[in-house]
Structures are given as C-alpha cells and as structure tokens.
Ligand binder design. Structure first.
Ligand SMILES: Cc1cc2nc3c(=O)[nH]c(=O)nc-3n(C[C@H](O)[C@H](O)[C@H](O)COP(=O)(O)OP(=O)(O)OC[C@H]3O[C@@H](n4cnc5c(N)ncnc54)[C@H](O)[C@@H]3O)c2cc1C
Length: 372
C-alpha cells in the first residue's frame, strides 16, 4: 500500500507522475547523502528537469484547489523520497509563496524565471539568541549585519528570503541573491537527522542590498493567516516520511517472514491508521489554508491542529516501527534508522505548545455557552 501517500493525486496530472518516478532514485541515494551530510544536487536537478521547481502555487491565483492538491502531492512525494529533499523543496516553495503574496511584479517575475532555471530559493527567518540579522540604511542601500540560524540549503541555494530587524525593531523581509560575501557556516552542534538538507548558519555581515531587495512592508512576514497556515506544507512533507517508513517496515517484515504474526499485524494496522490520519489532515489543512474564503483565525487554528495531529501520527508510526523491527531500526545503514532520525528532527518545529493551546482556545470558544 505504498500508494497510500499518493491517493489524492489526479492520475491525469503529468507532473505528479513525473515526480513519482524520481522517488525510487531519491530513496536509493538517501543513505549516501546522509552519511556524508551532502546536499542532494542530482535530485534537485532532476526535480528542476521535470518542472517541479516552477509549479504554479496556490498563492499565484488561478485554480486554487488544483494548485493546492498538486503542491500537496509534490511535497509528500519528495518527503517520501528523502525528507531532506522534501525540506529543501518546501523551503523553496515557502519563499516563492511569500514572493507571490508580497512581491512586486518585477520580484515575482524574476523569482519565477530563476526557479525555472533551477535556482533554489530558501527562507531563513530563525535568529540566534545573540547577533540576530539586522538592516540599516546606507544612502540608498541597506547594509546587513548579523546571522541567521538553521538555514537549510546554506551554501547551496541561489536566493534567500530573510527577515532582518530594522532600527525601529520591526522585521523586514528581503530577497537576497547569494554570493555577495555572506558566509555559510556549520551549526555549533550538528543536527542528528536531516543531514542532507545541509542546515547551517549564515553570516550576512557586510552584505549590501538595494531597495529592490525589500520584500513587502515591515511586519508582513508575521501577517496572519499566511504566517501560521504555511505549516501545512511541512506536515505534507512529514506525511511523506511516514509513507516511506511504513514501506520500509513492511518490506523488512516480509523479508524476515515476520509480517503475519498477530502482534506485528496489529502494529502495522495502527501505523496504517496513523498514516491515513495524516493524509486526511494534510489534505483538509491544505485546502483550508489556501482558501481565502475561510475566516483567517479559523484557518490558523485548523492548520495548528493539523500540524500537531500529523506530528503525533508520525511519532506513533516511529514508535510502532521501532517496536516491530527491533534493533534493526537502530542500526546505521537500515533505512528505518535514517528515516526515524530525519523525521524525529524535522518534527521539531517552532512553538508546538502555543500552536495547540491557541487552536484549542479558538475552537473551544466557538462552542456556544448554551450548547445542549
Ligand atoms: C531540519 C530543519 C530545517 C530547518 N530549516 C530552517 C530554515 O531553512 N529556515 C529557518 O528559518 N528555520 C529553519 N529551521 C528552524 C525551525 O524553523 C524552528 O525554528 C526550529 O525547528 C524550532 O525548534 P525548537 O524545537 O527549538 O522550537 P521551540 O519553539 O524553541 O520549541 C521547543 C519547546 O519549547 C516550547 N517553547 C517555545 N517557546 C517557549 C517559551 N517562551 N516558554 C516555554 N516553552 C517554550 C515549545 O512549545 C517546545 O515544546 C529548521 C529546523 C529543522 C528541524
């Protein structure tokens, strides 16, 4: 039932088919890329060649549901191939989404052309505890100083959307072409998983950008519902990871002739339920997040619940898999070990407690006091 992660796709959609054909190769290459913490250059080229890097996004307008379902399918497929590739693709899409929302016509067009040529975009918004990125005006240009943390694709992407503090303290987005003197560095302590997403820190001190680099107005990055609703895209990638983990588990149990034992089957059944739970949440969250007719606070709360639901489902599948495969799931070289390491790392997204309690509060207050 490896097709469980692809059931929503429209079979007539060529691009989904083309990306699906890349998945076996992504899976085959994943172990070596993880071992060396290497950027997946060949896989990203393959994604560019099939047209995945320049797909129409829901934020571009046009057929909303079609674009949303297409994007969800591609995020899940890339995640099922290799979670690090899914993360890089997600980051690229997140940056293009912001450009579609807040960019000028010239910025949008330049980004589209660059993406079609295979130039990857990143979104780097996380600041270190000290030395956060800031921007100060120098005549008609802007000088950058400081660092961004947890930058996926550091040293490999062509453009980064970053947030930087202005003198007023507000956060301003900028689209920065790479190769202007910024320095990509390793994190002080490396992440255990997602090694081929090459997540490092980038020091922008001394980089200067022109007025044309400013994206939107101060505060736009945090503007809801886009700020929170974008989380559905990460959940779609994580769901792909669960699909891959289940495929690997089934393959291993079959190979060892252990699948038909009742306890193994029960765990498999529970893992399949968790996978389907993720699929349903991702599908609904994607549609709700990208539908501008939905009340923004409702959309944010729904996507918040979806994010936590998918996180829980992923953790359940990891636990079940590890119990089913035993120590094999902890041996270097076994794909389940790598996928669990990647998924466990990738699931650490910001402020899960706040997201859950705010969503619960929103829906909790929707119930009328006089409800029977
Ligand atoms: C593989 C990977 C790639 C990434 N790539 C990028 C990237 O390209 N660009 C980018 O900008 N970022 C990136 N990030 C960083 C990501 O966006 C988050 O910033 C990061 O994952 C937050 O992790 P955290 O668990 O430390 O979050 P935290 O928000 O610190 O949460 C940790 C725990 O603390 C709780 N908590 C949070 N705030 C408080 C508080 N004030 N008081 C008490 N408890 C609190 C949370 O609920 C949670 O339980 C990446 C992360 C990963 C894992």
């Amino acid at each position: 039932m490896s097709g469980g992660c692809m059931r929503d796709r429209d079979p007539s959609h060529d691009l989904v088919e083309r990306v699906a054909t890349l998945v076996p190769e992504m899976r085959r290459r994943a172990a070596a890329l993880d071992e060396d913490a290497t950027f997946p250059t060949e896989d990203m080229i393959a994604l560019r060649q099939v047209g995945a890097l320049s797909i129409p996004l829901p934020a571009d307008g046009g057929h909303q549901d079609e674009a949303t379902d297409l994007l969800a399918s591609l995020l899940t497929l890339t995640g099922s191939g290799n979670l690090s590739i899914g993360r890089l693709f997600e980051a690229h899409v997140n940056a293009l989404h912001l450009l579609a929302r807040y960019g000028t016509a010239a910025q949008r067009s330049a980004a589209r052309k660059a993406a079609a040529m295979g130039e990857l975009h990143a979104l780097w918004v996380t600041d270190p505890a000290a030395g956060a990125l800031r921007m100060t005006p120098v005549q008609d240009r802007w000088r950058m100083d400081g660092v961004k943390m947890f930058c996926s694709g550091a040293g490999h992407v062509a453009h980064a959307v970053v947030t930087a503090a202005l003198e007023s303290g507000e956060q301003q987005m900028a689209i920065v072409p790479m190769g202007q003197g910024e320095q990509a560095k390793l994190l002080p302590g490396q992440l255990q998983g997602m090694r081929s997403a090459v997540t490092g820190m980038v020091d922008f001190s001394g980089v200067e950008v022109g007025q044309e680099a400013l994206l939107g107005r101060p505060g736009d990055y945090l503007r809801e519902p886009d700020f929170s609703c974008g989380a559905w895209r990460g959940s779609a990638v994580a769901f792909g990871g669960v699909c891959a983990l289940l495929d690997v588990t089934i393959k291993d149990l079959r190979a060892r002739d252990r699948m038909n034992e009742p306890n193994q089957l029960a765990r498999l059944g529970h893992a399949m339920i968790a996978r389907e739970t993720s699929r349903l949440w991702v599908r609904n969250a994607a549609r709700i997040a990208e539908d501008k007719r939905v009340e923004p606070r409702e959309a944010v709360a729904y996507v918040g619940l979806a994010r936590i639901a998918v996180e829980s489902a992923c953790l359940d599948v990891m636990r079940l898999t590890q119990r089913s495969l035993g120590l094999s799931a902890f041996r270097r070289g076994h794909p389940a070990e790598r996928i669990c390491r990647d998924l466990g790392t990738y699931l650490r997204q910001p402020s899960p407690d706040e997201v859950l309690s705010e969503a619960a509060s929103w829906f909790g207050h929707r119930v009328p006091h006089d409800a029977p």
